[in-house]
Design a protein around this ligand. Structure first.
Ligand code: ATP
Ligand code: MG
Length: 239
């Protein structure tokens, strides 16, 4: 059975522009078209099997994060459909899902509540989340005082302990230090063994080979190729 089924997804964005009078005048002077549209996703179709490790690779601006947002329902596609079989945990932008003014522990509890975890379950995983994130000393501090790496630790740790069927990981590990990244890669391998589906976006290609079975190469919003992970990575490196 497929965990994720994406069919003919299109997403258009209006090119952002400065809506103030001054901004409009500058646009007019530059003869810019204000309503220009940009196709961030162009007829994207693919499916991820249950229990599969799947990588989305592509250059900056290729549409990877947009695709993740569509899959997780943060934004709607203009055309096409997304079907999910199972619960999903999107880990898209560092601070998404985390509230700046709440402490680490409050953020953990809030996320557990959003996912409908029972009190006993929360009490069981709370210390595990803190321990995995290695944030014991900072757990009562509002996360606006956390470094990027500390936020990533907290976000990743919450995401993997809530135990959803599908996990989306978008480049959040980029800011983690070497030891923490290693630990996260191992955790993802472990989750995969447990039968969870993992879809990951990363510009660090080597670790993907350990976690993923297949990959999709995205180029300017279009599916360039889909195939076995090693093949896709060598193809992408030659692009
Ligand atoms: N909310 C938005 N409004 C307008 N344009 C957007 C919006 N979000 C993304 N875009 C545009 O869509 C394109 C794809 O962006 P996206 O963030 O999906 O790329 P990405 O593949 O994740 O890149 P990166 O590797 O840098 O993270 C970019 O050209 C970006 O400017
Ligand atoms: Mg991105």
């Amino acid at each position: 059975m497929n965990a994720i089924e994406v069919k003919n997804v299109n997403k258009l964005f209006k090119k952002p522009y400065d809506k103030t009078l001054k901004g409009r005048l500058i646009s007019m002077m530059r003869k810019e078209k204000i309503n220009e549209q940009y196709q961030a996703l162009d007829d994207v179709t693919f499916s991820v099997e249950k229990g599969e490790g799947y990588a989305i690779i592509g250059k900056n601006g290729a549409g990877k994060s947009t695709l993740f947002k569509v899959i997780s329902g943060v934004i709607y596609p203009d055309k096409g459909s997304v079907e999910l079989n199972g619960t999903i945990m999107p880990l898209i932008e560092l601070s998404a899902g985390l509230s700046r003014d709440l402490s680490g522990i409050e953020n953990i509890k809030l996320n557990c509540a959003i996912y409908g975890l029972k009190k006993d379950k929360i009490e069981e995983i709370l210390p595990k989340i803190v321990e995995f994130a290695e944030l014991e000393d900072y757990i009562d501090v509002p996360i606006k005082f956390y470094s990027s790496g500390m936020k990533a630790r907290l976000g990743f740790s919450i995401a993997v302990h809530i135990e959803t069927d599908i996990i989306l990981v978008d480049e959040v590990l980029a800011v983690g230090d070497k030891d923490f990244k290693e630990k996260c890669y191992n955790k993802m391998i472990e989750l995969k063994k447990e039968g969870k589906t993992i879809v990951i976006v990363s510009h660090s290609l080597r670790p993907l080979k350990k976690i993923c079975d297949r990959a999709l190469v995205l180029k300017r919003g279009k599916v360039q190729a889909i195939g076995e992970i090693n093949e896709m990575i060598s193809m992408y490196e030659k692009m």
